[in-house]
Write a protein that binds this ligand. Structure first.
Ligand SMILES: *Cc1c(COP(=O)(O)O)cnc(C)c1O
Length: 427
C-alpha cells in the first residue's frame, strides 16, 4: 500500500492486509482454527492479562477477522474496530458496554425493523429502556435525556424509507449532554458517508448488507471513533473503573482512544460470545474490495429506477432522496453527494393488496428480507419485516400498508426496469 494518504478505493483493497508471512499467500487466508499456541508460559500470561495483544481463542480474536476489522476501521476513519457475528450482535455488545440495568438510551424511531424489536423487547429483559425520538427533530432527542441516559442511536440513512438524517445536528445534542452518538451506517456504507466526520462517536454496521455485498454471509462491526471521553462523567464504569475480570485494569486509562473497541472485545465478546466465523470474515473482506464500484452502481441504478417509477400511472408516490423534488434531497446532497443509496420505498395506488400482488408478479427481483445484495430485492414491509409493529408504528417507521421497499442491485438498469414494468402492467 502507498505510504502517502491512500484513497478510499485503495484502502478497500489493501487496508489491514499483507501477504501471509509464512506462506506468501496474497489473499488473506481463512485461519480456520479455534485456538493459537502460546510461545511460552510468560507469553500466555501476558495475553490473558491484556499486557500484550495476540491471538488466544477465536471467540475473542482471529487473524482473518483482524484484517476485516482494520479494513473497516480504515474505511470509516476510526481508531479500531471489532467484528462480530451479525449487526444485531454488534448492537448488543455496544449497549452491553455502556448500559447498566435501569439505564436508558434515546433512539430514532425510523430504524431497521429488527432494531426496533431488539431495542423495544429483547433489551427490556436486561433492564435497558429505549426512548423513541423523531430523527428529523433533534430537540425530540434532547427532551428525553435524563441522568440515566447513556447514549443516542440513529441510522445515517434510515431504513426502510432511505432518508438521510442530519447527523451533525444530533451530534450537537449528544455532545452537549456528554453522551456518545452511535450511528448505524449499514445502508450508506462508508463509501457514501462517514459518520465519524460529522460528530458520531461509534459506528455500527450490519456487514451482512452492502459491505459483504453478495448476500452470502452474516457479520457485524463496531467502529470506535476514538474521540469520546469515557472517564469524564463516571457514567461508564465498564470503561472507567478497575475491572475485576482483568486484575483491576482500567480500560479507558490503559487503552485510550481504542478503549471502547477493546471493552467490546474483552468484556462483551469474550463473555457473551457472538464471534464471527473466519470463513464469513473472509467472504466479507473479499466483498469490501469492490465496495466503491458496487455502491456507485447501486446508486446509479436506483436513481434511474426511482425516476422511472415516478412517471408510472399506477404509482402513487416515490420516496427517494436522490430525486430533486424529494423533501430529503438537500440532506442527501450535503451528506452523501455521490449517491442516495440503493434502498427506497414507493406506494402503489392500489394500496395493501396491489403491493402484495406487485411483489408476487416480479420475476428477476427476489422477494426476501434483505438489502444490499448484488441482486435486486423487493419486500412488502407491512406484512413481513415490520409486521410485529402496530399500524401506527409502521407508518411512523415509514413502512405503512401500501409501502413497497426495493433494494436495487447491480444488474443492467434496463433489465431492472423491464421487470418492474411487466409486474406493474399485470396489476
Ligand atoms: C440488517 C440490519 C441490521 C441487523 O444486522 P444483522 O446482520 O441482520 O444482524 C441492523 N441495522 C440495519 C440498518 C440493517 O439493515
Amino acid at each position: 500500500m502507498p505510504t502517502h494518504n491512500p484513497g478510499f478505493a485503495t484502502l478497500a483493497v489493501h487496508a489491514g492486509a499483507q501477504p501471509d508471512p509464512t506462506t506468501g499467500a496474497r489473499a488473506t487466508p481463512i485461519y480456520q482454527t479455534t485456538s493459537f499456541v502460546f510461545e511460552n508460559a510468560d507469553h500466555a500470561a501476558a495475553l490473558f492479562g491484556l499486557q500484550q495483544f495476540g491471538n488466544i481463542y477465536t471467540r475473542i480474536m482471529n487473524p482473518t477477522q483482524a484484517v476485516l476489522e482494520e479494513r473497516v476501521a480504515a474505511l470509516e476513519g476510526g481508531t479500531a474496530a471489532l467484528a462480530v457475528a451479525s449487526g444485531h450482535a454488534a448492537q448488543m455488545l455496544i449497549f452491553h458496554t455502556i448500559m447498566q440495568p435501569g439505564d436508558n438510551f434515546v433512539a430514532a424511531r425510523k430504524l431497521y425493523g429488527g432494531s426496533i424489536n431488539q431495542f423495544g423487547h429483547a433489551f427490556k429483559n436486561f433492564g435497558w429502556e429505549v426512548r423513541w425520538a423523531d430523527p428529523a427533530d433533534p430537540a425530540s432527542f434532547e427532551s428525553q435525556i435524563d441522568e440515566r441516559t447513556k447514549g443516542i442511536f440513529i441510522e445515517s440513512l434510515a431504513n426502510p424509507g432511505g432518508t438521510f438524517v442530519d447527523i451533525a445536528a444530533i451530534a450537537e445534542v449528544s455532545q452537549r449532554h456528554g453522551l456518545p452518538l452511535i450511528v448505524d451506517n449499514t445502508m450508506a456504507s462508508p463509501y457514501l458517508l462517514r459518520p465519524l466526520e460529522h460528530g458520531a462517536d461509534i459506528v455500527v454496521h450490519s456487514l451482512t448488507k452492502f459491505l459483504g455485498g453478495h448476500g452470502n454471509s452474516m457479520g457485524g462491526m463496531i467502529v470506535d471513533g476514538g474521540t469520546f471521553d469515557w472517564s469524564a462523567s463516571g457514567k461508564y464504569p465498564m470503561l472507567s473503573e478497575p475491572r475485576p475480570e482483568y486484575a483491576g485494569v482500567e480500560l479507558h486509562k490503559t487503552f485510550g482512544n481504542i478503549a471502547f473497541a477493546i471493552a467490546c472485545r474483552v468484556l462483551g465478546l469474550r463473555d457473551l460470545g457472538p464471534a464471527i466465523s473466519p470463513f464469513n470474515a473472509f467472504m466479507i473482506q473479499t466483498g469490501i474490495e469492490t465496495l466503491p464500484l458496487r455502491m456507485q452502481r447501486h446508486c446509479d441504478n436506483a436513481l434511474a429506477v426511482a425516476k422511472w417509477l415516478k412517471d408510472q400511472e399506477k404509482v402513487a408516490w416515490v420516496s427517494y432522496s436522490g430525486l430533486e423534488d424529494d423533501p430529503n434531497h438537500a440532506l442527501q446532497q450535503r451528506y452523501s453527494p455521490k449517491g442516495a443509496g440503493a434502498v427506497f420505498t414507493f406506494g402503489l395506488k392500489g394500496g395493501y393488496e396491489a403491493g402484495k400482488a406487485f411483489v408476487e408478479g416480479l420475476q428477476m427481483f427476489s422477494h426476501l428480507a434483505n438489502i444490499g445484495d448484488t441482486r435486486s430485492l423487493v419486500i412488502h414491509p407491512a406484512s413481513t419485516t415490520h409486521r410485529q409493529l402496530s399500524e401506527e408504528q409502521q407508518v411512523a417507521a415509514g413502512a405503512g400498508p401500501d409501502v413497497v421497499r426495493l433494494s436495487i442491485g447491480i444488474e443492467d438498469e434496463a433489465d431492472i426496469i423491464a421487470d418492474l414494468a411487466q409486474s406493474l402492467a399485470k396489476l
